[in-house]
Write a protein that binds this ligand. Sequence first.
Ligand SMILES: C[S@@+](CC[C@H](N)C(=O)[O-])C[C@H]1O[C@@H](n2cnc3c(N)ncnc32)[C@H](O)[C@@H]1O
Length: 282
Amino acid sequence: MTTVRKLVESTADVIGDRTHARWLVEVAVSADRIDDVLDEEVTERMVAHLDAMVGRYRIGEPLQYVLGRWAFRRLDLFVDERVLIPRPETEEVAGVAIELAMAAEGTRTVIDLGTGSGAIGLSLATELPVENTSIWMTDISTDALAVARANLAGIGRPARNVTIVESRWFDAIPANLKADVIVSNPPYIAQDSCDVEKSVSVYEPEVALYSGSDGLDAIREIIRRAGDFLTANGVLVLEIGSDQRLTTEYLFEECGYVDYEVRRDVFGRDRIAIGYRPGPAR
Ligand SMILES: C[S@@+](CC[C@H](N)C(=O)[O-])C[C@H]1O[C@@H](n2cnc3c(N)ncnc32)[C@H](O)[C@@H]1O
């Protein structure tokens, strides 16, 4: 009899990583918690499913796509090759946006531009109070929005606060909408960059990664247009490349933000750019 435990051991031998083996087997046997089913017998169908996943993993497909899910803050997101794999540094970007939105008075409105899997926008939806919160999530990619919608369906009651629109940055946002916080993790890699890991360039969507010859096209456009969609005292929160601090600060200055800062991520890299709009009460 082959048990789940034996399957984990043989998978770990094949791929050389016990933690990944546990996660792969957990998905193959459709268990919520692998520890609860270690002594159960596996079926031929489960083994075939695992074999297919291990094959993909061994040729270099990112674990997250093979598993079809990934944790982001409190969410268990469905992910596949239509969306960027949510990163740990983006959890911090979302955390800053949540903190700033929490401080907004009355109905708080937040826009997440380039939502991909919905990682940032759905974290806002689930971590902010359900009352008086409105979240707009946009993306130019219909494929990405299909994934974001699938994830929206999994969050329960806060989903009612979310509006998803296909949009090139602000193009489809109602002209009279004013947000307390605009947050985005836009593409920010230079088109011909040689620094991109192979698993990223081969598997992750190009539209989620590259942004013009210097990687700054999206950041430039978002900073220049965000003022039209922010309340007085509104805040723009952007994830940026670790070498983009000076240009981002220059753009904030040029676009009339009264104050701005760039915070470091957990890895100590310049990463979270925050621009504060001028307003009567600051
Ligand atoms: C770096 S990914 C971020 C995805 C997700 N927010 C996250 O943090 O995991 C950038 C996203 O921006 C979207 N995007 C790229 N160009 C865009 C544009 N011009 N307008 C709107 N979205 C765009 C991509 O489709 C992609 O989903």
